[in-house]
Design a protein around this ligand. Sequence first.
Ligand code: URA
Length: 212
Amino acid sequence: MTDSLNIHIINHPLVRHKLSLMREKDCSTYKFRTLTKELGRLMAYEASRDFQIERFAMQGWCGEITGEQIKGKTVTLVPILRAGLGMLDGVLDLLPTAKISVVGLQRDEQTLEPVPFFEKFVNDIDKRPALILDPMLATGGSMVATIDMLKKHGCTNIKALVLVAAPEGVRCVNVAHPDVKIYTAALDSHLNEDGYIIPGLGDAGDKIFGTP
Ligand code: URA
């Protein structure tokens, strides 16, 4: 049952084409990394569509004109270590003045809950929009923990950018944080017993970094 899920699927031919190339069994590290970056760029375009604009007076070549600029404090990007780093450069291509906050999480082997091992947030995070970057939204545990951390620091305007989402993860984030909009290139079928998204991409971190 996916019709009750609150998710924005980016249904664009370039996005669909590039994601299919990533699904190929023997996709090389170089190709996977390049496509992750390219999809990050396309997703940033879509996720910034509702950024507010303000007008200002400026000097054009023929005299005073009205310019337009994005209103408010610069966005912070929040890559979740380590796979989220793969999307970072692509998003920065479109939002080059963005500030970067970083979150690292690991699983507590007793409780199976994600526990932060690293967090470094930029100043004034309570006044900035935040775009969380993580290629795979699987169980949703890391995403919910990251949103919890951002909200604890006063951040109220949060979006999540993922390449592939499982319905289980979307549901988990929707329930815990209904105000957070999730952007994805694809909503896949389900999680397998090992927590991998099916059909998914496999281990995105390993494929981006070239680790076994
Ligand atoms: N993390 C991944 O890298 N892949 C999955 O399928 C699930 C979580």
